[in-house]
Design a protein around this ligand. Structure first.
Ligand code: ATP
Ligand code: MN
Length: 436
């Protein structure tokens, strides 16, 4: 058998049924194996699934049998055999092997059962082959695909921003600073300010790029490098902005529930929870949120930011995501427009995912008038020299506009029902990990 030939059958297509009795070839890696007497059971995985192969010495001959029984976990293997329906086999089908060949035996695989979380993170480059992470990465792929599909339908342009920048926009404490040929520069915390530039030519745009935050604490929902989807829309007010977020979240949740049931089931995710995600979502103000949290016994004062514990209180009995609007101006970023109806608060929203997952989106109407922006930069003690280009947008053809930032890994964590954000990204970057 030739490893490079194109006539291998994807395992998932065998498991779909309809091929019983047919002779097929599969190509992949040994998922597990066990030999007893003259039979070796090799479970083979490829990118689409796993299938058990029954390798009988009598049927395959000495050489094939030796290669099958010498295979390590993760050895690369080719198997030719007849498809057989078998209720006892995982997936309901197995291959009765007629020929087996190792492409490479390799070395014994270092990951066995019951390994510590730290060991698995050190071995992430190998652990990404696990069924669980493979399934999650497929889920992530579909979530990104549906998001792009949604914005295509809505008539948005996708643009790519710079990653190296001199404009911090989410507060100095989480900036990754470095020396750029003698000047101070940062890894971007958000591409929003550039997305705002793109609206001046293309009106409705989105950026999908990494954002970097030097997060000092260990939580289950903060990474130091995460993927950030940042739509920005000309001639949108905050109400239109929130309706767009609703439509987007509903679209992705419904697509996942309708088209990716295998992935959700493999991860033990309750599909009904995603089916319930239908617009409109409930809206409460920051003031109301604080009141609810205090009544539930939380030790939070008006004027403090809403943290993970409070988000848990607010969403634990919700079926759908929840908008919290009108945060105090003082605790929000400089670019958010003050609400003329509720002075002291801004036209913003945090969208909180249910079941305790918490914030997945932060959005707002942007300040578009020059005087208001200059005032807010001053109040926030920001150096206007770094923001000249951003200020220019309020000088030349300014217009009302809004936008939001969605954390991809936060969305993946919620939709797939993961406990920890690190599993929503292939190589998590956290305060104590940049390897592998
Ligand atoms: P949080 O209060 O949870 O730290 P934030 O207010 O700092 O979030 P924003 O600055 O509004 O978040 O960023 C927009 C979105 O980016 C958030 O709603 C979240 O989905 C995502 N996000 C922010 N920080 C991180 C992080 N460290 N890791 C992963 N995703 C993040
Ligand atoms: Mn933060």
């Amino acid at each position: 058998m030739d490893a490079l030939s194109q006539d291998y059958t994807p395992i998932s297509s065998i498991l779909k049924g309809g091929q019983a009795g047919k002779k097929v070839k599969v190509r992949g890696w040994v998922y597990r194996s066990r030999t007893s007497g003259g039979v070796c059971f090799v479970v083979v995985r490829d990118s689409t699934g796993v299938i058990q192969c029954a390798v009988k010495k009598d049927a395959v001959g000495e050489k094939s049998f030796r290669e099958a029984s010498e295979a390590y976990i993760e050895s690369t293997i080719l198997v030719e055999g007849f498809v057989r329906e078998d209720k006892r086999a995982p997936g309901g089908f197995e291959l009765a092997a007629s020929q087996v060949q190792l492409v490479a035996q390799g070395e014994p695989f270092p990951i066995a059962k019951d390994q510590s979380v730290e060991f698995l993170l050190d071995s992430r480059h190998l652990w990404l082959r696990s069924q669980r992470l493979t399934t999650i990465m497929k889920g992530r792929h579909h979530i990104l695909r549906y998001l792009r599909q949604f914005f295509e339908k809505e008539g948005f342009w996708e643009l790519t921003p710079p990653i190296i920048t001199q404009a911090g926009c989410e507060g100095g404490s989480t900036l990754f600073e470095f020396d750029y040929f003698g000047q101070k520069a940062y890894l971007t915390q958000s591409s929003q300010l550039y997305a705002e530039v793109f609206t001046t030519s293309l009106e409705k745009v989105y950026v999908l790029a990494p954002s970097f935050r030097a997060e000092p604490s260990r939580t289950v929902r903060h990474l130091c490098e995460y993927w950030h989807l940042e739509p920005e829309m000309a001639f949108y007010n905050q109400k239109m902005n929130m309706e767009l977020q609703e439509r987007m979240v509903e679209y992705v949740a419904q697509k996942m529930a309708a088209e990716q049931q295998d992935i959700l089931a493999a991860l033990g995710r309750d599909i009904g929870k995603l089916k319930a995600v239908r617009a409109p979502f409930k809206r409460i103000t920051y003031d109301e949120a604080i009141e609810i949290c205090r009544q539930a016994g939380a030790n939070i004062r008006h004027g403090q930011d809403i943290g993970a514990d409070e988000e848990e209180i607010l969403t634990r009995s919700e079926e759908k995501p929840l908008f919290v609007t009108n945060f105090p101006k003082k605790i929000k970023a400089f670019y958010m427009r003050e609400d003329p109806q509720k002075p002291g608060t801004v036209l913003n929203d945090d969208l909180l995912a249910p079941e305790g997952h918490g914030e997945i989106i932060g959005g707002s109407e942007r300040i578009w008038e020059l005087d208001e922006l200059m005032q807010r930069l001053k109040e926030n003690k920001l150096d206007v020299r770094n923001y000249q280009w951003y200020i220019d947008l309020r000088r030349y053809g300014p217009f009302p506009h809004s936008g939001f930032g969605l954390g991809i890994e936060r969305l993946v964590k919620w939709l797939l029902g993961l406990d920890h954000i690190r599993d929503a990204i292939p190589f998590p970057r956290t305060i104590n990990r940049v390897y592998p």
